[in-house]
Design a protein around this ligand. Structure first.
Ligand code: IPE
Ligand code: IPE
Ligand code: MG
Length: 260
């Protein structure tokens, strides 16, 4: 049932407070993956045809969601911001604006003094304009040593990530003078595991917004055992309530009280 907007806010607040209580002591994903999808559809759903409105709202919203993740006790978050496919297939004007957001809104907010998130980038920064890459690298340096880990997939190529990791293992073996026979005999998944771009650990739970039910190449090596939750809400409309509901589903799955 759709609630009138003035009723929705206080009711959401009550539900959030109740869910926070309910979740006390439940298993929380140590590492959460977010596929922030649905920005253009969100803009259209609120009557704005200019997709930039949706993309700006989506970039600004990330900061809010990260705050909710920190209060829920999540220590690592990985976010799908831009795939290689996005960069190569979307038109230039749209990409220019997305790069602008990646150069301004996202690093500015992540870098803010007192912030909790140590920024990491997974992906090929050669695919983004120099100024964007510089702003992201500066934010990575400025946030070093912070307690929570935030990995943004930017220009991320899932096949390339795994192929590069294998290539690295092979080069290292070659440099040691190992024969092809040695390499084939000794190649273990752990060697690839230590060399995939980032993040460092398996993702416990992936949430994708906007109703699409696919991963679109989101960290394949790290998502082999992830729980998946697909949420119909467009990313800029994703509320703390939606996050906590996803965490409740995750806790129920992990404790065997749902679907097992
Ligand atoms: C997600 O929003 C953000 C990016 C992939 C850059 P979209 O731009 O994919 O918006 P929708 O999914 O078409 O609504
Ligand atoms: C890919 O976005 C995932 C991100 C949100 C970056 P799309 O909205 O382009 O998804 P696909 O490529 O259609 O799966
Ligand atoms: Mg999309």
């Amino acid at each position: 049932m759709a609630l009138t907007p003035w009723l929705r806010v206080p009711i959401d607040r009550l539900l959030v407070a109740r869910l926070r209580r309910e979740l006390r002591g439940s298993p929380v994903p140590a590492h959460l993956g977010l596929i922030m999808d649905g920005n253009r559809r969100w803009a259209r759903s609120v009557g704005v045809d200019d997709v930039r409105f949706g993309h700006r709202a989506g970039a600004e919203h990330l900061d809010r969601v990260l705050g909710w993740c920190a209060s829920a006790g999540i220590g690592a978050v990985s976010v799908y911001v831009l795939s290689v496919d996005n960069i190569t297939k979307r038109d230039d004007a749209q990409m220019a604006f997305l790069f602008h957001l990646l150069e301004t809104v996202i690093p500015e907010r992540v870098r803010r003094p007192g912030g909790a998130w140590e920024l990491h980038i997974a992906g090929n920064l050669d695919l983004v304009p120099d100024a964007t890459a510089r702003a992201l690298k500066k934010a990575v340096a400025a946030t070093r040593g912070r307690p929570r880990r935030l990995t943004l997939a930017v220009g991320y190529d899932p096949y390339g990530d795994v192929a590069d990791a294998v290539r690295q293992v092979l080069w290292e073996a070659h440099d040691r003078g190992d024969s092809l026979d040695d390499i084939v005999q000794t190649l273990e998944p752990e060697m690839v595991d230590a060399r995939v771009a980032a993040p460092d650990d398996d993702i416990d739970l992936i949430i994708r917004t906007s109703g699409e039910r696919r991963l679109s190449g989101f960290f394949p090596w790290r998502s082999v055992r992830s729980e998946l939750i697909f949420c119909d809400i467009y990313w800029p409309g994703f509320r703390e309530l939606d996050l906590l509901r996803a965490l409740r589903t995750y806790a129920r799955r992990r404790t065997g009280t749902l679907g097992r």
